[in-house]
Design a protein around this ligand. Structure first.
Ligand SMILES: Nc1ncnc2c1ncn2[C@@H]1O[C@H](COP(=O)(O)OP(=O)(O)OP(=O)(O)O)[C@@H](O)[C@H]1O
Length: 985
């Protein structure tokens, strides 16, 4: 049977399963028409009953249209799958023992059943050289449908009468040529038991198979001389993988004196390689190996192989000269004769045979799974390439082939008998998709790359040697050339020389040659252009990856450095934080102590007041009918101020509530002279108001919130130094009237930290000095002229003294504003006496003992419709507000209460422009004054001087002292004097 030459195979076609049956032939139709067949395929025709009842003999389906010739260019990339159909009838022929033993029948040809195959029909028809049609026996079907399967795309289909040589030419010859050209090759025979795998691979002496024919080809080339083939030696190794009674897989070396072996990775340790120098040696070796192979008789095969047999032929250069003259050839040609899958029902295996069948079928299944996984992985790279090869020794050994790294060729052997339909169908269904498997050219590239690298190394070594030789030679001959060569040599970096030396040392290992034979190496290998391009690409990619790795490494190093720096910073910050926390703890502790100290000053006992030389609460009660002047501290809640109910009025007693840290001192008796003026007409208060006017009042404003009061004399130099050590920065300001203020010494501590430094809180600095913290000052005045005077005086002193807050609670108009202001601000208590206040007419309250008036109160003022709106309007400058307000008041002849609560630096600062407009322009009259606690100092003074708080008294009786109170007050004052004298001493 002639087939067109299989120069290439066609693409695999879809296998159609259960195609519709053919239409009933018309009587006129002599032969089936393919077109009618196709139409029948597409149509649905009822199956004729008479045809079933009288079935025609099974007919081979008409040949399908020839598929286009397979591509020749890409065929090398695909897995080649050949199909060989065993003859349906095998004539019994004796098989001689290759080793010279007694002839032994082989296979079914020797079976007694062989004669029964005469009238058997085939289930497999060859359509063409690349496709077959498999048809089932109608009797085996369900009597309704004819089943035929077309398998297409084989590299070649060998019909039943194909000869071994034909098979060899198509299948094995290309592999042998590749092998002798330096490529690895693998031919695997697959098929059911008795299908002719062993016959195809090994054959018999009269009809040799692929291996003997390959050996013949190899050694036919090797007989020549001067060609690459004759310069190679070949080594043959055989082993089988078998399972003894199901106790796992074992490897047996089939070479003479072969033993059991083991598989490590993909290498069989201890496998003997027998060098074959001629064909006879090789055939003899193969025959002896075949005799050692495990075989057994089954119902399917008289001599069925019970193991997977693998034969390796490895090539190697005969000598070093051959290695130098020809490219290295370490290729291996592998032939694998797998044991055929068996069906228990057909083989009738039992016991050990059955266990062998399980092993054989399992190996076949694993082998198929590996190829299936490879195919699906190539179809969809997202699908992983399963490691099925691990499940058997055979697939582990053939791992590289089963992962597509090396080329492999399959030859399927089938039996065409009707009874073999199931086995054949199973095999074709399983193996036909393998035709789509593609092999990459990694193996070739790797081999060529290694060759190229070796060649490059040799070239470099040769170049280096030549340079050395040239240098030595020229050193003797031509001095000028020596310089040139020396320069050339110098141009070679030391590194390059070292690398060349290293390569030189590696060369013997790579080429397996002795160092002595390295001289005069000349390599004349011409690489394929495409391979060269591929190598360049790989080289470039390597370079890119190397640079990327270097850059990444540098970045990582930088990040590591930054991380270390950050960790160090974090450590430093933690240390600083610990220190700060310790400081905060100390400060908190100090604050706690200070608070406790303050609380001590809030509620001192009488003994503490008079026994302590540095600390006492101070309260000045202006003698005579006057309003209260309170200096309060916002952070002390004991300091009292006047609320709405106790809005000072004329005749009320002005009190200065000193918060904590006020040293009781006699000199503070003059402190109310800030803005107090008593009604001299009030004879009841004359005595109380009689204070020591000659006693100079000296006080210091430690900062804008602190007033420092000192006795007459200024601090000593030692005290000054001590204060400076404490952080004081004092500025002296002389404030006051020419006459009245000459004795007033105001000092300001410009540094706000001074107060935080405990300046005012440390009375031990100077026992004669008192530090007063002022947060809130309320000045209650009774006439607008006083207010005016206040403004004038404050403006005059604004560049010198800082006050925190000044609240003018009440104003009344006075004609002699300046005088009144001076008196109110700076007059001594005795000035209160006997002064006639002529604003009573304006007030219309003759019963008021003092001309200071605080009527109406803040709420009244706020709600009074008589208040000119200008009062509530914003005022640009603080120094303008009060005179204007005063003027307004004078014009409107009302007595407003202006509550000017400003921030510390808004009023009376060095620069009047700093006065904030809104702080003054928004009178606090809208705010309801809060009732505050009576100052502790007032309580104390009341306790010892018998002075009741004015706020607790009716307005009419305020400022008037009864005899007991006056006595107690005088007594307490004398006690203060006594204390002061003690302190001074
Ligand atoms: N193409 C063929 N031409 C002539 N005889 C053949 C052919 N193929 C197989 N035979 C014969 O068929 C018998 C069985 O063949 P073989 O032993 O090679 O089958 P097998 O596939 O190796 O079976 P197993 O897997 O059981 O080893 C042998 O006697 C062999 O001579």
């Amino acid at each position: 049977m002639e087939f067109p030459p299989a120069s290439s195979h066609r693409a695999p076609t879809t296998v159609r399963r259960n195609p519709p049956r053919r239409a009933k032939q018309t009587p006129l139709a002599a032969a089936p028409d393919p077109s009618s067949l196709s139409s029948a395929v597409d149509g649905i025709t009822p199956f004729p009953l008479d045809e079933i009842l009288q079935p025609d003999p099974p007919q081979i389906p008409p040949p399908v249209p020839k598929s286009p010739e397979p591509q020749s260019a890409d065929s090398s990339e695909n897995l080649k799958v050949f199909l060989r159909i065993r003859p349906l009838e095998i004539r019994p022929r004796p098989s001689r023992n290759p080793c010279g033993g007694k002839a032994k029948p082989r296979g079914k040809c020797a079976s007694p059943k062989g004669g029964k195959n005469k009238n058997k029909s085939s289930c497999l028809a060859v359509n063409d050289s690349h496709s077959v049609t498999l048809s089932a026996q109608p009797s085996l079907l369900d009597l309704k449908r004819t089943k035929s399967e077309v398998y297409d795309g084989f590299s070649f289909v060998f019909p039943q009468d194909s000869l071994q040589q034909e098979v060899y030419d198509k299948v094995m010859n290309p592999l042998v040529l590749d092998f002798m050209g330096g490529k690895n090759a693998l031919l695997v025979a697959m098929g059911p038991t008795g299908s002719g795998k062993t016959h195809t691979m090994f054959g018999c002496p009269r009809d040799p198979g692929m291996l003997p024919l390959a050996l013949r080809q190899i050694f036919s080339h090797a007989t020549g001389s001067g060609d690459p083939y004759s310069s190679s030696s070949y080594y043959l190794s055989m082993f089988e993988i078998y399972s003894e009674r199901g106790k796992g897989e074992r490897i047996l070396d089939l070479s003479p004196n072969g033993i059991d072996l083991s598989l490590q990775q993909s290498t069989i340790k201890g496998l003997q390689e027998v060098m074959i120098s001629n064909l006879a040696e090789a055939e003899s070796l193969v025959t002896c190996g075949m005799l050692k192979r495990a075989t057994a008789a089954t119902n399917s095969n008289y001599q069925s192989s019970r193991s997977q047999c693998i034969i390796n032929i490895r090539a190697a250069r005969k000598s070093v000269d051959d290695e130098q003259h020809f490219p290295p050839n370490n290729a291996v040609l592998t032939i694998a004769d797998l044991a055929g899958a068996e069906r228990e029902r057909k083989t009738g295996n039992q016991g050990a045979r059955l266990l062998e069948s399980n092993f054989i079928n399992n190996t076949s299944m694993v082998f198929g799974l590996c190829l299936r996984s490879l195919l699906e992985h190539q179809k969809n790279p997202k699908k992983p390439l399963h490691k099925h090869f691990k499940n058997s020794l055979l697939t582990r050994y053939l791992k590289d082939y089963l992962e597509g790294k090396k080329h492999m060729t399959l030859i399927l052997t089938v039996k065409p008998g009707e009874e073999d339909y199931a086995d054949t169908s199973f095999l074709l269904r399983q193996a036909s998709p393998y035709m789509k498997i593609k092999f990459n050219n990694l193996e070739e590239l790797t081999n060529l790359h290694s060759q190229k690298r070796t060649t490059t190394s040799l070239i470099r070594m040769d170049h280096y040697k030549r340079m050395k030789f040239d240098n030595s030679e020229t050193s003797l001959v031509d001095v000028g050339k020596v310089d040139t060569d020396a320069n050339d040599e110098n141009q070679m970096s030391k590194k390059e020389v070292n690398s060349q030396k290293l390569q030189e040392s590696e060369i013997p290992q790579v080429l397996n040659i002795s160092p002595k034979s390295r001289g005069g190496v000349h390599v004349g290998v011409q690489c394929n252009e495409e391979v060269h391009v591929e190598l360049q690409k790989i080289k470039r990619n390597e370079e890119v990856m190397r640079n990327f790795a270097k850059a990444l490494w540098n970045v990582l190093k930088q990040y590591k450095q930054k991380l270390e720096d950050s960790e160090r910073e974090v450590g430093n910050m933690k240390e600083a934080l610990r220190k700060e926390m310790a400081k905060v703890m100390e400060l908190n502790k100090e604050l706690k102590e200070l608070r406790s100290c303050c609380s001590f000053h809030k509620h001192p006992s009488p003994e503490e007041i008079f026994s302590s030389e540095v600390d006492a609460s101070y309260e000045y009660c202006a003698a005579g009918p006057s309003k209260s002047l309170s200096i309060t501290d916002d952070f002390t809640n004991f300091d009292a101020s006047l609320d709405d109910d106790t809005t000072p009025e004329i005749g009320d007693q002005l009190c200065i509530g000193m918060p904590a840290m006020v040293l009781a001192h006699e000199d503070f008796t003059g402190l109310p002279d800030f803005g107090l003026e008593t009604d001299s007409s009030n004879s009841n208060q004359s005595e109380t108001a009689k204070r020591d006017s000659s006693s100079p009042i000296s006080f210091s404003v430690v900062d804008d919130r602190t007033i420092c009061s000192s006795p007459k004399e200024m601090p000593t130099q030692q005290q000054e130094d001590k204060k400076k050590d404490k952080g004081f920065q004092e500025k002296d300001y002389r404030t006051g009237d020419k006459e009245q203020l000459k004795n007033i010494d105001v000092k300001e501590i410009s540094s706000p930290e001074s107060s935080a430094d405990g300046a005012y809180a440390d009375p031990l600095v100077n026992s004669k000095q008192t530090y007063l913290t002022v947060r809130h000052v309320k000045i209650t005045l009774s006439s607008s002229n006083v207010q005016k005077a206040l403004v004038e005086e404050k403006n005059a002193c604004s560049s010198q003294v800082k006050y925190s807050d000044i609240v003018c609670s009440s104003l009344s108009v006075n004609k002699d504003a300046k005088t009144q202001a001076h008196q109110l601000l700076y007059h001594r208590p005795e000035n209160f006496q006997g002064q006639k206040h002529d604003h009573e007419d304006l007030q219309g309250k003759e019963d008021r003992p003092t001309e200071l008036s605080c009527k109406p109160g803040p709420e009244e003022m706020h709600s009074s419709p008589e208040i000119p709106p200008q009062i509530h309007e914003p005022i640009k400058e603080g120094k303008d507000i009060l005179p204007s307000v005063s003027q307004q008041l004078q014009e409107s002849d009302v007595q407003p209460v202006i509550d000017m609560k400003t921030s510390s630096k808004c009023q009376l600062t060095k620069n009047p422009k700093e006065v904030k407009r809104d702080s003054i322009s928004k009178p606090k009259v809208a705010e309801k004054p809060k009732r505050r606690l009576m100052p502790a100092s007032a309580m104390l003074l009341r306790e010892f001087a018998g002075l009741d708080m004015e706020i607790d008294k009716p307005k009419e009786s305020r400022g008037r002292l009864n005899a007991d109170e006056k006595m107690r007050s005088d007594g307490s004052i004398s006690l203060f004097h006594l204390l002061q004298s003690n302190l001074q001493h």
